[in-house]
Structures are given as C-alpha cells and as structure tokens.
Design a protein around this ligand. Structure first.
Ligand code: ATP
Ligand code: MG
Length: 214
C-alpha cells in the first residue's frame, strides 16, 4: 500500500479490490496487515507447509499473511525478551475471529512441544478453547452468522525457550441481554441450540425440557 503514488481513499480501495480479485485477500500497509473477508474457505493459505515457509522469513519477504505477523511477534518476543501484543480490529463480520485463529494456529505451531505421551498438549488445548468460547459467546446476527458478542484478551505464555507453557483468556462485555431477548432473524447463543439438539440423557441430567420452549 505504501508504494502507491497517491495514498488516498479511492487509491487504497482500488488497490484492495484489485488484489482481492486475484485472490490476494491480505495486503500490508506499513506494519499493519489488512484482511478482506473472502467468504469462502481457502485452505491452501493455511496449511502446515505455508507455516513452514513463513518461519523466520522477515515481514514483506513473502506475500502478506497473518502468519508473517505472528512470526514477527514471536521472534521479537524471543529477541527482546518482552511480551508482544497483536491487535485485531474491524467491523462485525470483517474476519477478526477467523484471523485470530490463524494467529493462534501459527503461535501454537512455533511454540508447540513434541509430546509423545498421548496427552493433549498445551497448544492443542489453547486451540480447542475456541469452539467452547464460541458456543457460549457467539450468536447469529444480521451481519454475521457467527458473531462474537464479547471482546477477548488472549494471553499465550511461553517459557524461556519459546515453548508454550500456558494460556489465559479474559473475556469482557458479553451481550447478556441476548440470553432472554432475541429479535428475529437474530438468534440466541449457539450453546442454546446445541442443548436443544442434545441427546435425551444429557437433557434429563440438566433438567432441560424442550416442551417449555415457545
Ligand atoms: N480468512 C477467512 N477465510 C474464509 N472465511 C472467512 C475468513 N475470514 C472470515 N471468514 C468468514 O466470515 C465469517 C465472519 O468472520 P468472523 O466471525 O471472523 O468476523 P468477526 O470480525 O469476528 O465479526 P464479529 O465482530 O461479528 O465477531 C466467518 O464465519 C467465515 O465464514
Ligand atoms: Mg468475531
């Protein structure tokens, strides 16, 4: 973006559109990564061999990618020995949740331990926390079928050798009114529908009875 002759809004938008049209959904503007939601699965962008490629490459050397941002933060942390933060922002449906998963996937890849004990590793547990958080905090809205109705601060902790040692997630400002008041076509939190579809024995154990629903 910074190579544009004129850095004004029409130029920026045109550049993003041209890149999007050739399936380049990521663009750098200085040290910031802009992501345009492709609204389709692009699995080739997030494979293991792509993560291998970004390992140690400096930002700008390869195509813009969330892995490059995560790699730069990881290396900076190792070099400077201080915590790093990645801020993901954008309007509803822009792709923040999906982008955050890519960042976490890469950090888990870099900080993963080879464990052959058969137990689930810390990084696996960190990645597996996402579906649980989404079940209780995401809901369908008019803007996004999987809209996060809360903000979150994810802290991934590393030991002195750059291996993941733990993680903490602080969520804030959950839209609580959605639990008892939903306006059509929006929906309640995903966990509510999961519960409705749960096997009878689970429902009985939770004293959940569909017949109470109107
Ligand atoms: N990189 C991507 N590749 C494929 N699909 C994507 C990508 N980013 C977003 N999407 C699609 O767009 C949908 C909305 O994205 P996401 O939930 O990440 O938005 P958000 O910015 O977190 O919105 P909200 O603020 O409402 O939580 C996803 O469910 C997914 O279908
Ligand atoms: Mg979200």
């Amino acid at each position: 973006m910074t190579k544009l002759a004129y850095l004004h809004e029409p130029g920026v938008l045109q550049n993003l559109r041209c890149r999007f049209d050739i399936n380049e959904i990521y663009t750098y503007t200085g040290g910031i990564l802009i992501a345009i939601n492709p609204f389709q699965r692009l699995p080739h962008l997030y494979e293991n061999r792509v993560m291998e490629k970004y390992k140690g490459a400096s930002v700008g050397e390869l195509s813009p990618h969330p892995f490059a941002i995560a790699d730069s933060a990881y290396r900076q942390m190792i070099k400077e020995q201080i915590s790093q933060a990645i801020l993901v922002s954008g309007e509803s449906g822009a792709g923040k949740t999906e982008s955050t998963k890519m960042l976490m996937q890469y950090l888990a890849f870099m900080g993963g331990r080879n464990n052959n004990t058969g137990e689930r590793s810390v990084e696996q547990k960190v990645l597996e926390s996402n579906p649980v958080l989404e079940a209780f905090g995401n809901a369908k809205t008019v803007r996004n079928n999987n809209s996060s109705r809360f903000g979150k601060f994810v802290e991934i902790q590393f030991d002195g050798r750059g291996r993941i040692s733990g993680a903490a997630i602080r969520t804030y400002l959950l839209e609580r009114s959605r639990v008892c008041q939903v306006s059509d076509p929006e929906r309640n939190y995903h966990c509510f529908y999961m519960l409705c579809a749960a096997p009878p024995e689970v429902k009985v154990s939770l004293s959940f009875n569909n017949s109470h629903l109107v």
